[in-house]
Design a protein around this ligand. Structure first.
Ligand code: AMP
Length: 209
């Protein structure tokens, strides 16, 4: 089960990815989380990514595909994964295809969470309040100014990515404005009708797995 989750910042990708990871026992791979860890650890990649992330710009394709490729070809991803926040550009989608070709296991389904742009700022505000209430560190890019830039980046780059998956016949837009549980149930029903490739490239539905 190889799933890509698309959606602007605040669309609920992290929440739905976590739900899917728990339900289907597959790893949740968030490139944002990987990059934040690299920044926290002060690695070379972290140093290159930090300023771009803080200002809401995308990190370069080669840096992001480099960190994701290592995980995708590891044992933990043998039976599948959920990609959250990747790919974000057509170049990343094409590189992802190339990486997976080496494992004979293409992306099975791309879910695009569609959310009214006006709702995003409120959702990010809530995320900040929840983090503060839990005593967690607030993300440096979760503020109104940077959010505008992140949404603009998303809108500027995502159409060719969505078109790419649409062309493969695997794109499913989902109304992300509904309750969290309703969104999860909608995704479940899409997955139950999807034919998934197994490790040897054969395809089966979620129900018959
Ligand atoms: P996220 O946690 O997905 O909202 O990502 C936070 C930030 O990490 C983004 O604003 C980008 O700066 C960077 N980032 C995460 N994923 C990618 C990606 N696939 N391509 C480029 N930059 C990314």
């Amino acid at each position: 089960m190889r799933i890509v989750l698309l959606g602007p910042p605040g669309a609920g990708k992290g929440t739905q990815a976590q739900y899917l990871a728990n339900t289907y026992s597959i790893p949740h791979l968030s490139t944002g989380d990987m990059l934040r860890s690299a920044v926290a650890e002060g690695t070379e990649i972290g140093k290159r990514a930090q300023a771009l992330m803080t200002s809401g710009q995308l990190v370069s394709d080669d840096v992001v595909t480099g960190i994701v490729a290592e995980r995708l070809t590891s044992l933990e991803c043998r039976s599948g994964f959920i990609l959250d926040g990747f790919p974000r550009t057509l170049g990343q989608a094409q590189e992802l295809h190339r990486i997976l070709r080496s494992t004979s296991s293409p992306i099975d389904v791309a879910i695009s969470l569609e959310v009214d742009e006006n709702a995003l700022a409120k959702r990010i505000e809530k995320r900040v309040m929840d983090a503060q209430a839990a005593g967690e560190t607030v993300r440096s890019d979760d503020n109104p100014e940077v959010l505008k830039r992140r949404v603009a980046e998303y809108k500027a780059k995502i159409t060719p990515v969505a078109d790419y998956y649409d062309g493969l016949g695997i794109l499913h837009p989902v109304d992300g404005m509904r309750e969290i549980g309703t969104v999860s149930a909608t995704i479940d029903s899409i997955l139950s009708g999807t034919r998934f490739s197994n490790d040897s490239g054969q395809r089966a539905t979620a129900r018959s797995r």
